[in-house]
Design a protein around this ligand. Structure first.
Ligand SMILES: [Zn+2]
Length: 266
């Protein structure tokens, strides 16, 4: 696995010529995740999942290149919290299209957009970018992670993790709750305010439909606390397992769509 920003152009040329290159573009947001987690959780998570998926893909013949993360997303639901940066969908769409076209121009024509941020407008923008790039090259792009297709999102993120929950209300775990706290405690513990996390009472009593449908904002849904579920139920051990499982899930989704690298070229 290599990072696009850390290699020189001849390396990219070689990977493109091998016909086995696969670029993962992590996408996140700068958005509040409660008083215990950093604003960049979703961007950092997308990077962590990209790194976890990469070895599975390389085992099947791909040369994985991770592009620099798009850390700016659409975040209308959390806009009332300090630090949340909410951009317009159109700019995200064109950014992804420009990146895809630049990569394809040099023969890197497999792009996986791995999105760590669940927001309907944000996911819609990524899907519109996908549709635009598909017009250029039908096999070029795949959206994974949080996508506008709930079944695909579940295949990436929900499959196999249900039994790991220690929460008394796993059905109420969401933004900033057990799962994201666990991931952060394992992948970037130095950025977690653990003393604060330990004091946060569970937030189970919120309007789930309004949360999922984004018909109410996070501030009013959480009384200004910014998290949904139980941060105290999170653990580094759970985080480690979640990352391994989701990395495998995401690789499976990609391999299901594109097959093995060698087979595809034969
Ligand atoms: Zn998040």
């Amino acid at each position: 696995m290599q990072r696009l920003a850390e290699i020189p152009f001849p390396d990219v040329e070689r990977i493109a010529r091998s016909g086995r290159g696969l670029v993962i573009l992590p996408v996140g947001v700068v958005e509040e995740h409660g008083a215990h987690l950093p604003l960049g959780v979703d961007s950092l998570a997308a990077e962590v999942y990209a790194e976890a998926a990469a070895p599975h893909l390389e085992q099947r013949g791909y040369e994985v290149v991770i592009a620099p993360t798009i850390s700016y997303g659409v975040a209308r639901a959390a806009i009332d919290f300090p630090g949340t940066l909410a951009g317009e969908p159109e700019a995200r769409k064109s950014l992804v299209v420009e990146i895809g076209r630049s990569l394809a121009r040099h023969g890197l024509n497999r792009l996986v957009v791995l999105n760590g941020h669940r927001d309907l407008g944000h996911m819609q923008a990524l899907d519109e970018a996908r549709a635009k790039l598909v017009e250029d090259n039908p096999g070029q792009i795949l959206c994974v992670g949080f996508t506008i297709d709930p079944a695909l999102s579940a295949a990436c993120y929900r499959e196999g993790i249900g039994e790991l929950s220690r929460s008394v209300r796993p059905d109420r775990e969401g933004h900033g709750g057990e799962w994201e706290t666990s991931l952060a405690l394992h992948a970037f513990p130095e950025l977690v305010k653990q003393d604060i996390a330990g004091r946060l009472e569970p937030n189970f009593d919120y309007d789930v439909e309004a949360f999922r449908g984004e018909t109410k904002d996070y501030w009013s849904l959480s009384n200004g606390s910014g998290y949904f579920g139980s941060p105290q139920s999170g653990s580094a051990e759970t985080g480690k397992k979640i990352i391994a499982i989701r990395g495998g899930n995401i690789a499976s989704v990609i391999l299901k769509a594109w097959g093995e690298a060698k087979q595809r070229r034969e």
